[in-house]
Ligand binder design. Structure first.
Ligand SMILES: [Zn+2]
Length: 240
């Protein structure tokens, strides 16, 4: 009887230890300023994650090394253009195998001259006027606006439990999206392109992109936090 209760106790202890196992993230920044304290307060509030922070170009060095295997997901909040051919291959290789990658906000502006990046993230913000299919395209941004957000796919694990909401944030306008994206959120804000969150397949991976997330108002928005928590969790489970 004593040994049975001891076994039971051990099981409970093991179960408690297991439930405390957190997912480990690499949070990648650099190339664009942001308010660090409220950003990391938000990351700390998500609960089920531990994370390392790394700025570019150091993050791309890590991504091209075996160290990347230590992370359950890569969360990009960078705006970076510096990448070597070997590092590009590392991204492609990881995505071909299946790696959780979540891209936020100004990461859409990264790698203006790397065509594969458009196919990875599922869209492109054009910093300079560029001819696309015979027409010039130049993207835009507008800070400090109230954005009406529509949940396009309420059945998806990333948006589950969310209903249409408003957020004080920054819009991007006139950016392009790939036909491959699976829309999750949209907006009718006149300064914005229609879809503002989506999944996009690449190799054996499915990348998640969320355009929202400029500053403290967004970081503190409970809908944004829920979106981020569910988004990262979905991405990790999807690539296990
Ligand atoms: Zn911004």
């Amino acid at each position: 009887m004593k040994s049975l209760s001891m076994t039971l106790l051990l099981c409970i202890v093991q179960l408690a230890a297991f439930s405390q196992n957190k997912y480990h993230l690499l949070v990648i920044t650099g190339g664009h300023g942001f308010e660090k304290v409220p950003f990391y307060n938000m990351m700390d509030s998500l609960g089920n994650f531990t994370y390392d922070q790394l700025e570019q170009p150091k993050a791309n060095e890590l991504i091209a090394s075996s160290e990347v295997g230590r992370y359950d997901a890569l969360v990009f909040y960078d705006m970076n253009d510096s990448i070597t051919p070997a590092q590009k291959q590392a991204y492609l290789h990881l995505l071909q195998k299946g790696k959780a990658m979540v891209f936020l906000h100004h990461s859409l502006v990264s790698y203006q001259n790397w065509d594969d990046f458009l196919r990875i993230i599922g869209g492109k913000y054009y910093e300079k006027a560029t001819m696309v299919n015979g027409s010039p395209v130049k993207s835009s941004y507008q800070h400090d606006v109230i954005i009406p957000v529509k949940v396009e796919n309420p059945a998806h694990p990333v948006t589950k439990g969310l209903t249409d909401f408003e957020i004080y944030d920054e819009v991007y306008g006139n950016f392009l999206t790939q036909p491959t994206i699976g829309p999750l959120l949209s907006t009718t804000h006149p300064g914005s392109s229609k879809y503002i969150a989506w999944t996009n397949p690449y190799g054996r991976s499915e990348v998640l992109f969320i355009q929202l997330g400029h500053g403290p108002e967004a970081f503190g928005n409970s809908n944004y936090r829920k979106l981020l928590r569910q988004g990262i969790e979905w991405s990790i489970k999807r690539h296990r």
